[in-house]
Design a protein around this ligand. Structure first.
Ligand code: FAD
Length: 479
């Protein structure tokens, strides 16, 4: 009998512990207590750089205020997957409040940061909600990570015909236009006009442009053919246009050549040494180096070319009398502070960093740079609190990856150059690893695995009233 009792008792204890744990976890939370007093750190921007800074300050005795004009962190490297129906918006964006719900020293404010008063140490914030007035948020340390925006090289009107894919709204606009093009081609009976609907032009052959063109090709050639009856979605053209002399110019020439081959296998035509000089509703005008131009009829154009710093960089530069470069990036010192203002740090896509010898560091506008700088800024705050000296920021380059399609990518890691499925698997693993939130990682992994096997794309909804053009998710380009 005793033999039976012992395991039963053990089981009862185990069940009690589990029930108690569940009850404890689900216990209603007490209302949030006020933030602990102390150093006030204000972080502008919940993108890659700002998010890392705040994460690293979660357990530091400082008051952190994170301000962003959006209420979510956007995983920009996968925005083009939303633009081509492979992923849904919620899978690549996470509410900032959810990320920091357990960090009691962090508060999140929704608002656009306007002026920065460096003397009074306050930033002014305009909430994007009607009837709410602007407010001033004081700081002891300010960390600004406002990122970048696409630049249309002085032709802002091109944005109407060639949306970019930096924000979720614009990505949904691109998805709408791509899906609309296939629907229109199915209905169009005139061969020339149908060809225009089935021609897609992606401007700019950096990683984003190459990824975007590859995804449109997969959609047209793998996913959609069985969905249409009157036309073949894969019969059109996908042009990747680049003014420079090769695609993926930030990669070594052998990987550019590999990318061109992989793109070609997918059905993407790489057009190099030709500059886009005009974009209108029914196509683009390309100019060769000898000055001759040609018209390409295309109803869908996606912009993946120039990038400029977010406007907050200019405001900061003006307030501090700091230099900006042609892309509007504000110059910061080797420790990421604004010259003459050690209480203000700026980082990520919106800055260029001075080197110790007085020159400029050549840092790429990629997520790892912003993330390392965000972590560095948090370390500076901690070291100053501890009265310790601060070393200059140093970027550790772990490599460069770009994907082109399923099983297609190029990688440059520690001097090793490779392409194809191995590079793609590496890209996949890294992107899933860095997605914020366990649920997002799981969903994206499941969706990619499923679409890899079925060659399908679930998020292909054409929402809103396509006939009148009033549809969900259309907005002007993001700053
Ligand atoms: C389509 C696309 C694909 C990319 N793919 C890759 C890739 O594969 N690998 C890679 O490493 N990099 C990639 N990048 C680049 C990478 O996303 C950026 O380098 C990185 O996001 C820079 O981080 P950041 O913190 O400087 O800015 P962001 O991540 O852009 O964050 C800036 C934040 O600041 C907020 N903000 C801006 N101004 C204000 C203001 N005035 N008030 C309040 N909030 C403001 C914005 O809402 C945003 O949340 C890609 C970029 C794009 C657009």
């Amino acid at each position: 009998m005793d033999d039976l009792l012992a395991p039963l008792l053990g089981l009862a204890v185990a069940v009690t512990i589990v029930v108690a744990a569940v009850l404890l976890i689900r216990r209603p939370r007490s209302p949030r207590s006020p933030l602990p007093p102390g150093q006030r750190v204000v972080v502008v921007g919940g993108g890659f750089g700002g998010l890392q800074a705040v994460m690293k300050l979660r357990r530091t005795p400082v008051e952190v205020t994170l301000i962003d004009r959006r209420n979510f962190h956007l995983f920009q490297p996968l925005v083009y997957q939303v633009a081509t129906g492979a992923l849904s918006p919620g899978e690549i964006a996470t509410p900032l409040r959810a990320i920091f719900k357990r960090a009691r020293n962090v508060r999140v404010l929704l608002g656009e940061v306007g002026a920065v008063d460096l003397e009074r140490q306050v930033v002014s914030v305009q909430p994007p909600i009607e009837d709410l007035p602007a407010l001033e948020v004081p700081y002891d340390t300010l960390i600004v990570a406002g990122g970048s925006k696409y630049s249309y090289f002085g032709n802002p009107h091109w944005a109407e015909h060639a949306p970019e894919i930096k924000s979720l709204e614009r990505a949904l606009e691109v998805r709408y236009r791509i899906l609309r093009a296939f629907e229109a081609a199915e209905l169009e009976t005139d061969p020339a006009r149908r060809a225009e609907w089935l021609t897609f032009v992606v401007v700019g052959a950096g990683p984003t442009g190459a990824e975007m063109a590859g995804q449109i090709a997969e959609l047209a050639r793998d996913t959609l053919p069985s969905n249409f009856r009157a036309m073949d979605p894969g019969a059109g053209q996908i042009l990747l246009v680049e003014a420079g002399d090769r695609v993926l110019a930030a990669f070594p020439p052998d990987l550019s050549a590999s990318a061109v081959r992989q793109l070609d296998n997918l059905g993407v035509t790489s057009v190099v040494n030709e500059m886009v000089v005009d974009i209108e509703k029914a196509g683009v005008e390309l100019q060769a180096p000898d000055g001759t131009t040609r018209h390409v009829g295309a109803r869908t154009v996606v912009w993946a070319a120039g990038v400029a710093a977010a406007s907050v960089a200019g405001r900061l530069a003006e307030a501090a009398g700091a230099e900006t470069d042609r892309a509007g990036r504000v110059t910061v010192e080797p420790d990421l502070t604004l010259a003459g203002h050690p209480d203000v740090m700026a980082l990520g896509d919106m800055v260029r960093v001075r080197s110790r010898d007085g020159g400029m560091q050549d840092l790429p506008g990629v997520a790892p740079v912003a993330m390392q700088q965000g972590r560095y800024a948090a370390a500076v705050v901690k070291r100053r609190l501890a009265g310790k000296p601060v070393k200059p920021f140093r970027y550790i380059d772990k490599g460069n990856l770009a994907t082109i399609g399923r099983g297609r990518a190029v990688a440059e890691i520690k001097g090793l150059h490779f392409g194809g499925p191995l590079a793609w698997l590496l890209w996949l693993g890294i992107h899933i690893f860095y997605l914020i939130g366990f649920q997002n990682r799981l969903l994206v992994l499941l969706r990619w695995s499923f679409s890899f096997v079925t060659r399908g794309r679930g998020a292909r909804l054409l929402t809103g009233d396509a006939a009148t053009g009033s549809r969900v998710g259309v907005s002007t380009p993001q700053e």
